[in-house]
Design a binder for this molecule. Structure first.
Ligand SMILES: Cc1cc2nc3c(=O)[nH]c(=O)nc-3n(C[C@H](O)[C@H](O)[C@H](O)COP(=O)(O)OP(=O)(O)OC[C@H]3O[C@@H](n4cnc5c(N)ncnc54)[C@H](O)[C@@H]3O)c2cc1C
Length: 543
């Protein structure tokens, strides 16, 4: 890769979601010369791209927000317990303005190539505009869910109606009034879309292959008194979040399912259902490891589906079977199952009638053609690894990330990769991403990277690479924990099962955010000696 006319800074940051925003702020405040890039037209990452109707976060807003600035905590006021996408984007833009972040970003700019130059101890990035940038450090805040995946269905390009992808939703409002609308995909996104679009569509056809378990969100507006209380106690709230398995304030019981009587279990599950959110997951300690306990809870939720959905045939089809509850990302809804009681909403069971092709007019299944005006794809992502395998990231000895991960992702703490010195990820694969609050993970990861860089500066090190032993040890920890997890028992993006030819395996740390932080801390204790091999020399800052 030619580096003639390359522009030079000290830290290059790719991605403008929560991770990239915090990295940009942090390294600027540390005095580094930075340049950040974002493929989208503005900040926000997931919340910039996903403007589909009904998009909403499934963690309480007070958790799903930055914790690094107590001023911002005091200045920003959430209006709902679970914020909708427009409010999340407003928050993101508020933070960006408050911290003057936009000026560091090149928007509408995709990084197409990244290469380590061993001789010059630099990363070189090439943008899709043909510009070259160089820096000793590179932060990939490219997101665990930023590469949307179209379904592998013949004829998608033939469709003459309006085709919308949830993850690339237009910035203008879309009207469904009186239209025949189809939605493919019934994960979190599909569920949010269906319950919203069902309100106005003339006819809505929900093409369902694998039903998801969804539980009531029970979203509420936040009362001023409560907000004031939260603001007085943010420090404690954040502290609790950092020391919890989920990186948030959701209670996690230590009570095993079978330690209480059937009546008590029923009461606890009813309470969780009534309280809403992901309360049910935290009601017992063993739902992700004890298959029998898990099945009891799954059956409880299936029972709720029957209580809500009037047509027993539709209710049966909506009931997830064959995989443990919570092994796919648990979904939250406000009226998903109720939507199927409307006469304009139709469930199309793809086990009974698989989609054969997309035609000019709509979707053709084994039972016939469904003519549509609008087709919406909510078909997920090349999760966790997709963003860093979408282009060539070339490390030591010309080895790419694609080559390194050909049998599955391998990292150290989800932050570094052996053979890719001075390259760091936020919420990378084999970290706790997706199983804990990603904003807490991003902050943890950026702080960890920053501390390492300070250490390098103090000790005169130019290059940091993970040792093969440290990476192997981390992967053993991740692998051994995964063996006990029911997450292995569902075909999900957690495992890479939704992407053809992707190596299968659980690329998530399942030990909980608090434990993850302990491993991150432990790495530092002996001056990183066990984990990292350094090359001394000229350090990043003095360009
Ligand atoms: C629809 C949806 C709903 C979600 N809801 C929740 C939720 O309720 N709770 C929760 O905890 N998490 C949720 N998530 C997970 C979400 O990924 C994280 O919460 C968080 O937003 C991730 O932030 P990030 O900065 O790591 O990544 P992102 O927000 O994905 O940002 C990464 C950015 O990097 C950019 N990028 C990637 N590659 C390149 C490149 N080569 N060049 C330039 N730019 C690049 C992308 O355009 C993207 O904007 C959801 C994800 C999706 C997709």
């Amino acid at each position: 890769m030619t580096t003639v006319n390359a522009k030079r800074v000290e830290v290059l940051i790719v991605g403008g979601g929560f991770g990239g925003m915090y990295a940009t702020f942090k390294f600027r405040e540390m005095g580094y010369k930075i340049q950040s890039f974002e493929a989208g037209g503005g900040l926000g990452g997931v919340w910039y791209w996903n403007r589909y109707p009904g998009a909403r976060v499934d963690l309480p807003s007070i958790d799903y927000s930055f914790s690094f600035s107590s001023e911002i905590e005091q200045e920003w006021t959430w209006s709902e317990q679970f914020a909708a996408q427009p409010e999340l984007l407003e928050y993101i833009n508020f933070v960006a303005k408050r911290l003057d972040l936009n000026k560091h970003f090149q928007f509408n700019t995709r990084i197409e190539h990244a290469q380590w130059d061993e001789g010059r101890k630099l990363w070189s990035l090439k943008t899709d505009k043909g510009e070259m940038w160089e820096a000793p450090y590179c932060i990939m805040a490219t997101g665990p869910l930023s590469v949307p995946k179209d379904p592998e269905i013949e004829g998608l390009q033939r469709f003459k109606g309006a085709l919308y992808r949830a993850a690339r939703w237009p910035h203008e409002p879309v009207s469904f009034e009186g239209k025949r609308v189809g939605v493919i995909g019934t994960g979190s996104t599909g569920i949010q879309i269906v319950q919203e679009v069902g309100k106005t569509a003339g006819e809505l056809f929900v093409f369902q292959r694998t039903p998801s378990f969804t539980m009531p969100m029970r979203n509420v507006p936040l009362e001023p008194d409560y907000v004031a209380e939260v603001k007085r106690h943010y420090a404690g709230i954040r502290n609790a979040a950092r020391n919890s398995a989920v990186g948030g304030t959701r209670p996690q019981s230590t009570r095993g399912f079978f330690t209480v009587t059937p009546d008590q279990r029923k009461t606890l599950l009813e309470d969780a259902w009534k309280n809403g959110g992901l309360a049910m997951l935290g009601t017992f300690s063993d739902l992700l490891v004890n298959e029998e306990a898990n099945e009891h809870v799954a059956e409880f939720v299936r029972g709720k589906i029957s209580e809500v959905v009037k047509d027993p045939v539709t209710a049966e089809k909506l009931k997830p079977r064959g995989y443990p509850i919570f092994a796919r990302r648990p979904c939250l809804d406000s009226s998903y199952y109720e939507t199927f009681n409307q006469s304009n909403v139709h469930l199309v069971d793809l086990y009974e009638q698989p989609i054969l092709e997309i035609t000019e007019k709509g979707v053709r299944t084994g039972k016939g053609e469904y003519p549509l005006d609008i087709l919406i794809l909510a078909t997920g992502y090349d999760g966790l690894t997709g963003a860093l395998t979408a282009f060539d990231v070339v490390g030591r000895n010309g080895r790419t990330v694609n080559q390194k991960w050909k049998d599955g992702a391998s990292t150290y703490l989800g932050i570094m990769m052996e053979g890719f010195p001075n390259l760091f990820m936020t919420t990378g694969p084999t970290g706790p991403a997706a199983l804990a609050n990603i904003i807490r993970i991003s902050e943890n990861d950026v702080d960890w990277i920053a501390e390492l860089m300070v250490h390098m500066e103090k000790t005169g090190q130019a290059v940091a690479d993970v040792t093969p032993e440290a990476e192997r040890a981390w992967m053993d920890i991740v692998g051994n924990l995964a063996k006990h997890s029911l997450l292995l028992k569902a075909k999900t993006w957690y495992l890479g099962a939704n992407v053809k030819d992707k190596p299968l395996g659980l690329t998530l740390f399942t030990g909980g955010f608090h434990k993850y932080r302990e491993y991150c801390e432990a790495a530092k204790q002996d001056g990183y000696k066990k984990a990292i091999s350094f090359v001394s020399g000229h350090v990043g800052r003095a360009v």
